[in-house]
Ligand binder design. Structure first.
Ligand SMILES: Nc1ncnc2c1ncn2[C@@H]1O[C@H](COP(=O)(O)OP(=O)(O)OP(=O)(O)O)[C@@H](O)[C@H]1O
Length: 369
């Protein structure tokens, strides 16, 4: 699966752009702030119906303009797919597949699998546990609709239980039975979600370790540990034991909504002791593991976007990544960099078709080979 053409009107700092891509390697080079990441974002938009850098859709419209349009022509399972995304200021965005409007944007997610590696992924390591739960939940729910359904039901029950705890506190009253209705739902869906998280993390771990070993040449030992109170005790009993505490706190203090993934380097959390390059390696390995995962589940090779990937990595690790992604295992790749050095090295490794695009202040042109 790959994108053949991309056209933009008024998207971020691009007034107009029309690009035709290689089905293998595509490189965007240019100075800071030129618009390289914005081009990646446009491709991301066509897969996920949203920007990865800006959750407010309107901010992606070029300043002082009223609308943006992103269009992409794809080759997918031997078929051509034309994807259109248009947004007028103050209105709902329109998403079309082959000129037909989607009823719900969620119907589109998964059609064009894509993995992005970007500097802001660092939040996955340095941010709160919600970042890591979101990573795992989106990984599982992309191809497991039932998991997503259980997650929605769990969160709904959690919201209701917390509301009830607040209500009890404000009314100075307590009814065990009505709280039990929501606790039962938490237990039912929580156990199902826990089983899936365990299963998927077990599958992800060896792939992740293999990638890390390859990039770091086996110099470091790494591990992901799922932290959940559900390993310690029966969930139902835990909820019973914490009723007093929950009443005082006015929220539910145990459950899968408190899960975390401990990212370890040797025996210690990488968050605390890892260097910037080690953290970057960790993230790249994690995302490449996600790539393999989605490739298998979707039975299609996802597009890989590598934004600013070489920053903070030493020469050796850059070389290892270059060798890795040059492999046939990966399909269409987009890469950004401020200089050509890494890209020339990559091109020398890749025995395949490539295109280089020069990005200058919101304009982009293919560099003739
Ligand atoms: N809605 C918008 N309208 C106009 N310009 C915008 C809009 N949103 C972002 N920009 C501009 O886009 C530019 C940033 O582009 P981008 O993040 O793609 O740069 P880059 O080439 O990836 O740079 P770096 O090498 O620093 O990562 C900034 O100059 C920013 O002001």
């Amino acid at each position: 699966m790959h994108i053949q053409n991309l056209s933009l009107v008024n998207f971020k700092n691009f007034e107009e752009a029309g690009l035709s891509f290689s089905s293998n390697l595509n490189c965007f080079i240019g100075n800071n702030g030129a618009g390289k990441t914005n081009l990646m974002d446009a491709i991301y938009y066509l897969s996920f119906c949203k920007s990865f850098s800006n959750s407010v859709d309107g901010l992606n419209i070029r300043h002082d303009q009223d609308f943006f349009v992103i269009q992409g022509k794809y080759q997918r399972l031997e078929q051509e797919e034309n994807i259109y995304c248009g947004l007028k200021r103050g209105q709902k965005k329109h998403f079309k597949r082959n000129k037909k409007d989607y009823k719900k944007l969620s119907e589109h997610i998964g059609l064009l699998p894509l993995i992005l590696i970007t500097p802001s992924d660092n939040d996955l390591i340095m941010g709160g546990s919600d970042e890591r739960r979101r990573f795992l939940d989106s990984l599982i729910s992309q191809y497991d609709q039932l998991y997503l359904d259980h997650l929605i039901r769990y969160n709904r029950a959690l919201l209701q239980r917390n509301k009830l705890l607040k209500h009890f506190a404000s009314e100075r009253f307590f009814n065990e039975e009505s709280l039990g209705v929501w606790s039962d739902q938490l237990v039912h869906y929580g156990k199902l979600i826990h089983e899936k998280r365990v299963e998927y993390l077990e599958k992800l771990q060896p792939i992740f370790q293999q990638y890390y070993e390859l990039i770091s040449s086996g110099k470091e030992r790494i591990e992901m540990m799922h932290e959940s109170s559900l390993y310690e005790n029966d969930f139902e009993q835990q909820l019973e034991q914490t009723v007093g505490k929950d009443r005082m706190l006015q929220y539910t203090s145990v459950g899968i909504h408190k899960d975390d993934i401990l990212f370890k380097l040797g025996d210690y959390p990488i968050k605390k002791i890892g260097s910037q390059g080690q953290k970057k390696t960790y993230l790249v390995a994690l995302k490449l593991a996600q790539f393999d995962f989605i490739k298998e589940l979707a039975e299609m090779t996802p597009i890989l976007l590598l934004d600013d990937i070489f920053d903070k990595l030493d020469k050796h690790r850059v070389e290892q990544i270059v060798k890795l992604v040059a492999d046939d295992h990966f399909g269409q790749i987009f890469i950004t960099d401020t200089n050509r050095e890494h890209l020339d090295q990559m091109i020398a490794e890749v025995d395949a078709d490539f295109k280089i695009f020069q990005v200058v202040d919101g304009t982009v042109n293919e560099v003739k080979k």
